[in-house]
Structure formats: C-alpha cells, structure tokens
Write a protein that binds this ligand. Structure first.
Ligand code: GTP
Ligand code: MG
Length: 195
C-alpha cells in the first residue's frame, strides 16, 4: 500500500464556500452552519483508493481581506492550492494567484468554481464556457465546477487531486510546517470548522 502525504491549501475571497468545500470533501455532506473562518483552520482528509492512501493535510484559509497578509505563510510549501471563486472576476483571481507564485513555483493550482447549484439552467452553458475559456487564457487548465450543497463535481475534484498526487508526489512526502508555529494558535483555529 502506498501512502502519500501532501499539503493542500484552499484560498479564495470571503464567502466563496471554502469551508463548505472542505466539509463536503471530508464528510460528504453540506454544513448549513458555517461561520467566517478566522485566520485558517487545519483538517486532515484521509482518502483511500487502492493501492494508495492519501493523507491530505488541508489548510482552510480565511477569505477576509484582513487575513490576506497571512496567506503566503500558509501557502508556502503547498503541493496543491485550491483556488475558489463563486463568480468570475479576473482581478480578484489574479490577486489570489499572486500569493501563490511569489515563492511557490512548484505548487499545482486547481481552479474551483464553487456553488455551481446557484447557476441557473439558462446560463449554465454560458458560464461554464466563459470560465473555461478565461481560465485557459490565463494559463490555468481545467476549472472544476463544484457544489458543496449538492455534491456535484466533488468526486471529480477529488479524483483530479489524487491523480496529480499519483503522478507528481513521491510516497510518504514529509513537509516542513514549522514556520506555522510562529502564528498565534488562536489565529489558526476557526470558529467555523467543525470538520
Ligand atoms: N448554494 C450554495 N451555497 C453555498 C455553497 N457552499 C457554500 N455556500 C454558502 O456560502 C456561504 C459561505 O460559505 P463558507 O464555506 O463559510 O465560505 P468561506 O469561503 O469559507 O468563507 P470565509 O471563511 O469567510 O472566507 C455560506 O452561507 C454557505 O452555506 C454551495 O455549494 N451552494
Ligand atoms: Mg471559511
């Protein structure tokens, strides 16, 4: 049995559904009572897909502007960053991406269009093709359309993450998170995360 341990960080603007997405990935259900994350929250996803076990160490960051200065610290050393947005805004997305690329040239970015259940059927095709084209133009491959509410797109997202790990991460990778100990413990806890 192969075991792979990776650091995954989820970033995006406030209320884009990051905590709900982590909750869905971990519990396969929708948490209707999330609160805004304070600083960041840590949770571990253990996913088994023979012959591999994936230990996915997740940092769920706060989208509030006032925590933005902490983002580079959390993102540092991440193998994968899930960049969440619930409405395409190139400037906001570029803003988020700048936190990733300063010191993280090896970080794999996965674009997640959250709350896909809120896209009306009449605009669904337009929104999907617009976001897909925009992401391609910006150099970011596939956009994952996910709904933490309905579970739509979640297994596809998880498969994508695991495929990336299979391809690029060696077995039992250990990463250094000691820099995080500089942070005030309280800032790392989220009132909202009940994962
Ligand atoms: N309809 C719908 N609502 C969602 C979905 N995901 C999250 N929400 C709602 O969006 C709001 C914000 O969700 P959170 O998961 O707390 O958002 P967040 O990105 O973690 O917010 P911050 O921690 O403040 O950055 C909540 O009211 C959620 O119930 C979804 O897939 N569909
Ligand atoms: Mg949150």
């Amino acid at each position: 049995m192969n075991t792979k341990t990776i650091k995954l960080v989820i970033i995006g603007s406030i209320n884009t559904g990051k905590t709900s997405l982590i909750y869905r990935l971990k519990n396969n259900s929708f948490n209707t009572h999330t609160e805004n994350t304070i600083g960041a929250a840590f949770t571990k996803l253990i996913h088994t897909h023979n012959p591999s076990t994936y230990n996915i160490e997740c940092w769920d960051t706060a989208g509030s502007e006032r925590y933005a200065p902490l983002l580079p610290l959390y993102v540092r050393g991440a193998h994968i960053v899930l960049l969440c947005y619930d409405n395409w805004n190139a400037n906001v997305i570029k803003d988020n991406l700048k936190y990733i690329h300063t010191n993280n040239t090896n970080t794999h970015v996965v674009m997640c269009r959250t709350k896909s259940d809120l896209i009306t059927p009449s605009t669904n095709d337009d929104v999907r093709s617009r976001d897909t084209i925009n992401a391609e133009l910006m150099g970011w491959g596939k956009v994952h359309f996910v709904s933490s509410k309905t579970g739509d797109g979640i297994s596809d997202l998880l498969n994508s993450v695991c495929n990336y790990i299979d391809e690029y991460i060696p077995n039992t990778t250990v990463h250094n998170t000691s820099h995080l100990s500089q942070l005030d413990n309280e800032k790392m806890k989220s009132k909202s995360c009940s994962c």
